[in-house]
Write a protein that binds this ligand. Structure first.
Ligand SMILES: Nc1ncnc2c1ncn2[C@@H]1O[C@H](COP(=O)(O)OP(=O)(O)OP(=O)(O)O)[C@@H](O)[C@H]1O
Ligand SMILES: [Mg+2]
Length: 250
């Protein structure tokens, strides 16, 4: 494992009965980068995330997170990685502060540090005004913000974000994407971002990977993928144009 590689898979494979959802995936994500993980519905992105987290057992190959096998070192990996799934579950009867208190206690945060930490997080995700509103009355965007605050409680060094901005209005989505960018810049958090919103991915990602039918068909910086598909030229290609080129090949 290279010194700056923080996530590495070698021939990672997941079969559901005879169906191969992820095939021989060799992925490397470097410390400090925002990696955009792209691909059509059913490509195998969420399945990959679950294996990276140790929540799903690979059918073949291996995973290392900071050099650790997430199946053997589940506790340590859980400590390092913050995961925001596609559909976050909340206790609808709790308010934002109570929800965060609950997650803080689950993560063993000292009681005397909890209040300060929660205030800081509410400020960071822009939920100060809604601190005492019940989560059941939150909009989708507010829930996503609370979800981010919850995963940040344990101060993870890696974030896995699955469809973070799905269903958010354009302005709310951009604010959230920019928040992720600033977390990456200011707190040096490495981010693996699964998304269908290529414009948002292009805005903040250092490198991207395109998975189709369980295989990574392209991986690199947006510029390098554009060069591969369109050659060197004056025009700057959008990630959408590049993605469609790879997609049409399959
Ligand atoms: N528990 C399961 N049992 C059987 N098949 C599954 C299971 N989970 C996922 N699959 C299959 O594996 C494939 C990959 O699914 P996955 O959820 O990883 O896709 P995805 O890339 O995250 O798609 P999306 O963009 O729609 O979220 C799909 O064909 C799916 O039906
Ligand atoms: Mg998915």
């Amino acid at each position: 494992m290279d010194a700056d590689t923080i996530i590495e898979t070698v021939n990672l494979t997941k079969k559901y009965n005879q169906y191969e959802a992820v095939s021989n995936l060799n992925l490397k994500v470097k410390e400090g980068e925002i990696f955009g993980f792209l691909g059509p519905n059913g490509a195998g992105k969420t399945t990959t995330l679950l294996m990276l987290l140790g929540l799903s057992q690979p059918s073949g190959g291996s995973v290392k997170i900071c050099g650790l096998d997430p199946l053997r070192k589940a506790k340590e990996v859980k400590r390092i990685v913050g995961y925001l799934p596609e559909n976050v579950g909340f206790y609808e009867d709790l308010d934002a502060v109570q929800s965060l208190e609950y997650v803080a206690s689950l993560n063993g945060i000292q009681k005397n540090k909890t209040e300060e930490k929660i205030n800081e997080l509410l400020e960071l995700v822009g939920l100060v005004q809604d601190a005492h509103k019940k989560v059941g009355a939150f909009s989708r965007g507010m829930k996503q913000r609370l979800g981010i605050a919850e995963v940040l409680i344990k101060e993870p060094s890696i974030l896995f974000l699955d469809e973070l901005t799905l269903g958010l209005d354009p302005e709310g989505a951009l604010r959230l994407i920019d928040l992720i960018h600033s977390l990456n810049q200011d707190k040096k958090i490495t981010v693996l971002l699964c998304s269908h919103n290529l414009h948002q991915v292009q805005r903040i990602s250092n490198r991207v990977g395109i998975m189709i039918n369980g295989k990574m068909v392209a991986e690199g910086t947006i510029t390098s993928l554009a060069k591969e598909k369109f050659g060197v030229g004056e025009k700057e290609y959008s990630l959408e144009e590049i993605y469609m080129e790879y997609f049409q090949e399959v």
